[in-house]
Design a binder for this molecule. Sequence first.
Ligand code: 26A
Length: 347
Amino acid sequence: MAETQSFPLLCLENPLLDIQGVGDQAMLDKYGMKPNDTILAEEKHMGIYEDLLSNRNAKLIAGGAAQNTARGAQYMLPPNSVWYVGCVGEDEYAQTLREACKKEGVHTEYMVVTHQPTGKCGVVINEHNRSMCTHLAAANEYKLDHLKSEKIWSMVEKTEVFYVGGYHLTVCVPAIMALAEEALAKNKPFLLGMGAAFIPQFFKDQLAQVMPYCDYVFGNEDEAEVWAKSQGKDTKDLKEIAKMMCEVPKKNKHRPRTVVITHGTQPTITARMNTDMVVEFNEFPVHAISDEEINDTNGAGDAFAGGFTAGVVQGKSLEDCVHMAQWLARLSLKELGPSYPFPKQTY
Ligand code: 26A
């Protein structure tokens, strides 16, 4: 067999095309959506995509949380650093995603199904809120067989760092576990973004299965609070929650767990278990951005994870990783949707 390519970072999750338009409260009410939320589309939501395209001058933008993170990490890393896996359909939307990743230097190895269209996410922008309604479709069809196929698995074995988007916990836990076990067996960093508050709420058991393998966990304040609640702890104290996350028993004893909680414009909180099993905290003020400079908040958290993960790939300190994360999140806030400025800005 021909020598397979190798990339230092693999991201796994749900490839989606974002259909993003500006909406108002009335639109959110019509579809029963909250201003800053993510939901899975049910029958009653299916009209939202056409509504956005016909009435809201919506734009089609490459999305999918961890795919945004993959493009973000590649933005800050040398060429050929990142590859991405997920499932798409055989249609124009898949082609759009392939082209977006190619343009930004992310190598894709999509599983392709013919019986479902590529997944899409209706994004309703309302001031600095973004509400998302996701029809996973093909993205929901991802299977472990694809990851374990000869070519893909040999690429996995050559990968140094794994980033999994928490939204994949709704799709294919066996694939996540296969990467987690590979990371554990070879002492490679394994990173997980929580995705959305409904993950710790409704996919609590799946999250609990993966958490022991996580060297890094990313979440925002809502996700952190909901996770704490799912553990029977009703608190808004983000440090306390980060500490609880650090203390979830860990499989890989060679790496301390780091928990990173973003909090909008308030400082980013990190917690890391040191070798004496004592949790150390840090707070990092976010990189200032004025209201007028913000285009929309769609993808800012994914960009944060992308910048941070790029730092992990480069073996940077925690402080440097947070700085890279905040730098990239700020750039993404200025762009339309989960995008990064081209020509590239250098860090
Ligand atoms: C399973 N779900 C609901 C999802 C998503 C998702 N990515 C993966 N799985 N729902 C929304 N997104 C993506 O989140 C990004 C913003 O953080 C959107 O595509 C959007 O680009």
